[in-house]
Design a protein around this ligand. Sequence first.
Ligand code: GUN
Length: 282
Amino acid sequence: MATIIDGRAISAKVRAEVAKGVAELREASGVTPGLTVVRVGDDPASRTYVRSKQKGALETGMEGREIELPATTSQRELLEVIAQLNADRAVHGILVQLPLPKALDPDAVISAIDPRKDVDGFHPVNVGNLMLNRPGPRPCTPFGVMRMLAEIGFDPRGKRAVVLGRSNIVGKPMAALLTQADATVTLCHSRTPDLAAEVARAELVVAAIGKAGFVRGEWIKEGAVVIDVGMNTNEQGKLCGDVEFEAAARRASAITPVPGGVGLMTVAMLLSNTLEAARRLA
Ligand code: GUN
């Protein structure tokens, strides 16, 4: 039976480190890190995520602000808000919650954020820095997964890792970070033939597909580490991951639950990136 990886405990540890860093920065330079989260429209899931990001900022001693814009906001209006935040010296981290309403172009919006304030690590400059293994903010969810692996003592070096899902937010940066950590990475997606066989070879599985229970427990290699990035709602309206948890836990050596796993790490690493941005800008 697998060890259940405690995202609550690990994220609390990261938050405590961030809170300490925030206090030290304020002491040394008088600067309080400021995070502004921009949310456009009224997607209920986005509303929940944004609240937890803002709450996390306040709890670690930062300035946490949310800007709520109506779904009818134009591209020009949103770019104007971002320009103001770029120029605001009290703002060190800017995050525009995705997905955006269809009329808005997420690429143009992300590119408009000052890369030094891009605490998501989504700006093309920061994506480039990630690929080149240069310093810079790393996308929060995969960065949080790496921290979780370190905390449980799993070293990716020389391991076979399978990442399921090739999104810009999770799958692609996850594959890059694991490659830098010396894993042999296979990035799988909806057109990959025989996913079951790919997963069955993996000593590490990171599932980020967005389909409840898609990864079958019987696919998992005996003793593998399973990280479930899925945030789905099942027929009963309950939050659940991409992995068949009970069945996978019988084969894995360690597995993340949903809720209580990776989701909490995303917020913690966002706070860490905001502190880092404030240190660099201060
Ligand atoms: N939507 C889902 N995950 C994320 C994230 O990490 N950052 C932003 N900005 N939007 C998201």
